[in-house]
Design a protein around this ligand. Structure first.
Ligand SMILES: [Zn+2]
Length: 218
């Protein structure tokens, strides 16, 4: 085996939540403080009270909070069918509503097109002048264009599943692994959590890097 040519420098100890937790108010990373067994806002630590407040939180508390939230988020997956059923229901309901709206808008477009045809006839019969014809039909054309955009949007919404099977499967895999872990490990944290914001009173907001089907159902 090749030996490393570099002499290892003593490295600052990296803690579990380093690079994951940030101050909700100033956006700076929180720093681990050995004597507090927890983290404080880096900006506060460096520049004092005028720059930010401490936003301190103990590592043990943070671990428990994240694990609780993960368990809560994934417990429903124990009954996988139940989740799938509810997601399917929500998706179907939205689809139905969209189809109703689509029909309405398509009818409106037909109505406007018919109107334009009538005006064309009136123009041919010289009941209205070309200027009048242009005025009236321009307005209708604009409306038809607007409706067309809305129709395209509704159609694409209905073709897009909010959560496809791949995402669902990913979620269930995550849920299974969460259930296996007794406590929050580095592996679990870095696999699932993108960022944690710590508010002044120690409340946290967890940003996961996966999508939960529960977010659709609730
Ligand atoms: Zn701060």
């Amino acid at each position: 085996m090749m030996k490393s040519r570099y002499v290892k420098r003593p490295k600052a100890k990296v803690h579990l939540f380093t690079n994951v937790i940030v101050c909700a108010d100033c956006g700076t990373s929180l720093w681990y403080l050995q004597n507090r067994k927890g983290y404080v806002c880096g900006r506060y630590r460096k520049h004092g009270k005028r720059a930010c407040t401490s936003h301190s939180i103990k590592e043990e508390k943070l671990k428990a909070l994240v694990m609780d939230d993960l368990r809560h988020l994934t417990q429903m997956s124990v009954s996988k069918e139940n989740v799938l059923e509810q997601v399917e229901k929500t998706v179907q309901k939205t689809k139905k509503e969209n189809e109703k709206k689509l029909l309405q808008k398509e009818r409106e477009v037909d109505k406007l097109k018919n109107e334009n045809r009538k005006f064309l006839k009136l123009l041919a019969e010289e009941v209205i002048t070309p200027d009048e014809y242009r005025d009236i039909t321009n307005h209708n054309h604009e409306k038809i264009k607007e409706l067309g955009i809305e129709i395209v949007k509704l159609r694409s919404e209905n073709n897009n599943e909010a959560l496809d099977n791949k995402q669902l499967q990913k979620f269930f895999n995550i849920a299974e692994s969460v259930l296996k872990f007794e406590e929050l490990t580095e592996e679990l944290l870095h696999r699932l959590v993108e960022k944690i914001e710590v508010k002044e009173q120690g409340e946290i907001v967890i940003h996961y890097n996966f999508m939960s089907p529960l977010s659709l159902v609730v």
